[in-house]
Write a protein that binds this ligand. Structure first.
Ligand code: HEM
Length: 569
């Protein structure tokens, strides 16, 4: 009797002990030496109950994490706590130290696992989904020449100019007919124009999306029924990109983005995406390969005939195989190439379209800047330039400053994730190997808390500070919430204004080995579009209900009210 009681008590005891152990495991496990909310460490949900309602209210995920940690604690470095089965994420809001980590500390930090978890299941072979290995570096090198300035000037610039002119034609039509004095959504038109440009740059065909929009509107205005014309090539991509962006936003906000994304790849919708995209890419690739396989080696070495990024990469692969005396591999079976091309197409058009939508919001909300920009541009271009080369070879500091300021304030790519490869320190805090850091790339406010003592910075950060000074503490760093292109201008030779790209840490494209490979292309597109749009339209004040600067973070930070009201000039 006594024995059975003690067995039962023993059992109960071990059940209780296991329960307590399990409960302990569920509590957050903060990294030592890094600030955190103490109350959050005492509850299983960690900081989740604090940031979840902010995300629901603002739709800005990364910003909510900064709000409940670095901002609340008034410190540039802190950690956000999750239930014990998920490691904390370290948050960093100090542009100087962020720049140092991404540009100068590549041996200590690589791309973060969470970033790989989000893109990896959908595009496993794209460089965005991989850690930095020798194989990845080779893959990046293969594509790097497609983003060289010479190649972009030859291949991308004319295509961007053409799609900008088509967009202007569409907006002239809209502004003079259906919308007249009314605002309309510019985001979808920017997406179409950017898609036309990037598809031509990467694949070498004209998808004709904006042309199709013009034709549809003309038919509507003429009271004609739908022409029954086949949709343009670009339309398939629009639908697929929108699916991918929405999936990333939805699954990225779940407690386990990795599993949510993995499950997504088993859905019929994802399979359809893969099937449709593969078929289109295969069609385009086959045309290029057939062309190159019939060429002699000497002609294969000549890059003069490359009309797009895919041409350049495929030609090099055929050449490599020919030199090695082996049959060239079938590029349509090359998953690396497929995934890489798709990420370039998606990343390359949605990012630019969002940045341009923000640009028009700033032109509306800052009419004085708009007027200065137009007046300045007119001194260089009395009429809108008819070629991209003229725009790209003219030095206009106020134009460069406006583009840089747009990138800074829009925070199109809000944050970057890195992972520590070794035990190390950031701002004096110990960072254990494997810990992930979410860095705020959006320089729209001063770093939280007191100015960081120089002694807490890394040696490389201190050296850079001594050489360049700390722009954030100078004139350029004043009132960072305001749109002010002049913060990027300094006195140059002979009292002429000069654009200073280093006036503030430039984080809009990240940096270092894992920085944005499309940076030059994006800057080129931004510059061409800004010149052509400001010389062709005046952007008028919006009704009160459209003036909000609220945003939603998906893969990129999108304005909630991407509207413009315009008058053709
Ligand atoms: C205004 C436009 C753009 C912005 C603001 C932007 C921003 C960024 C940022 C912040 C990163 C992460 C960098 C880091 O972690 O250090 C990134 C990565 C990337 N971007 Fe862009 N980007 C833009 C345009 C483009 C374009 C036009 C392309 C392609 C043609 C592109 C392709 C990529 C790719 C493939 C990566 C991943 C790189 C890697 O993981 O190694 N982006 N971009």
């Amino acid at each position: 009797m006594l024995d059975s009681l003690s067995v039962r008590l023993g059992l109960l005891g071990s059940v209780l002990a296991s329960f307590i152990l399990l409960l302990r495991k569920l509590y957050p496990k903060p990294y030592p030496g890094i600030p955190y909310n103490e109350a959050s460490a005492r509850r299983i949900t960690g900081d989740m109950m604090d940031f979840a309602p902010i995300i629901q209210k603002t739709n800005e995920t990364a910003d909510a994490l900064f709000t409940v940690t670095t901002q609340k604690l008034g410190t540039p470095i802190a950690q956000v706590l999750f239930p014990g089965f998920r490691k904390p994420i370290i948050l960093l809001e100090d542009p100087r130290e962020i720049e140092d980590i991404i540009v100068r500390r590549n041996k200590e930090f690589d791309k973060g696992q969470t970033a790989l978890d989000i893109f990896g299941p959908m595009f496993p072979r794209a460089s965005i989904s991989q850690f930095t290995t020798p194989a990845l570096k080779a893959q990046k090198r293969l594509w790097a020449d497609t983003m060289s300035m010479d190649f972009l000037r030859k291949v991308a610039a004319p295509n961007i100019h053409t799609s900008t002119c088509e967009l202007i034609e569409l907006w002239r039509l809209k502004a003079s007919t259906t919308f007249q004095n009314q605002p309309f959504n510019v985001h979808s038109d920017f997406k179409d124009a950017a898609l036309d440009a990037i598809w031509a740059v990467i694949v070498g065909e004209e998808p004709g999306t904006i042309q199709h929009d013009i034709k549809t509107l003309e038919d509507q205005l003429a009271g004609k029924a739908c022409s029954g014309e086949a949709p343009p090539i670009g339309s398939f991509l629009k639908e697929q990109v929108s699916y991918i962006m929405n999936s990333i936003a939805r699954n990225g906000n779940t407690p386990s983005p990795k599993w949510a994304q993995k499950l997504e790849t088993y859905t019929p919708r994802y399979r359809k995406f893969r099937r449709v995209v593969k078929a289109e890419m295969h069609r385009a690739m086959k045309k290029a390969v057939d062309r190159y396989q019939s060429l002699e080696v000497a002609r294969l070495e000549d890059d003069a005939a490359d009309t797009c990024a895919m041409d350049l990469v495929l030609r090099r692969q055929v050449l490599q195989a020919r030199r090695a005396g082996v049959p060239p591999s079938d590029p349509t079976k090359d998953e690396n190439m497929l995934d890489e091309m798709f990420v370039l197409l998606v990343g390359g058009h949605d990012s630019t379209a969002n940045t341009l939508s923000w640009f028009l919001r700033y032109m509306e909300s800052h009419p004085a800047v708009q007027t200065t920009l137009r007046t300045t541009l007119r001194t260089f271009f009395p009429t809108p330039p008819t070629s991209a080369t003229t725009i790209l070879t003219t030095d206009i500091p106020y134009l460069d400053a406006t583009c840089e300021e747009t990138l800074r304030l829009s925070g199109t790519a809000k944050g970057g994730l890195r992972q520590a490869l070794v035990d190390t320190h950031v701002l004096g805090c110990p960072i254990p190997r494997g810990a992930e850091i979410l860095m705020n790339f959006h320089v729209n406010r001063a770093p939280p808390g007191e100015a960081v003592e120089e002694g807490r910075r890394s040696a490389t950060s201190r050296a850079a500070g001594e050489k360049r000074g700390d722009g954030l503490r100078g004139v350029a760093g004043r009132d960072l919430g305001a749109f002010e292109p002049r913060r990027w201008l300094v006195d140059g030779e002979g009292g002429k204004e000069r654009f200073d790209a280093a006036a503030l840490p430039g984080l809009a494209f990240g940096g270092g080995v894992r920085g944005c490979p499309g940076r030059r292309l994006a800057m080129m597109e931004l510059k061409i579009m800004v010149v052509m749009l400001v010389l062709n339209f005046e952007f008028l004040p919006l009704p009160e209900e459209y003036k909000s600067m609220a945003a939603t973070e998906k893969a990129f930070r999108e304005p909630d009210f991407p509207f413009a009201r315009m008058r053709a000039l």
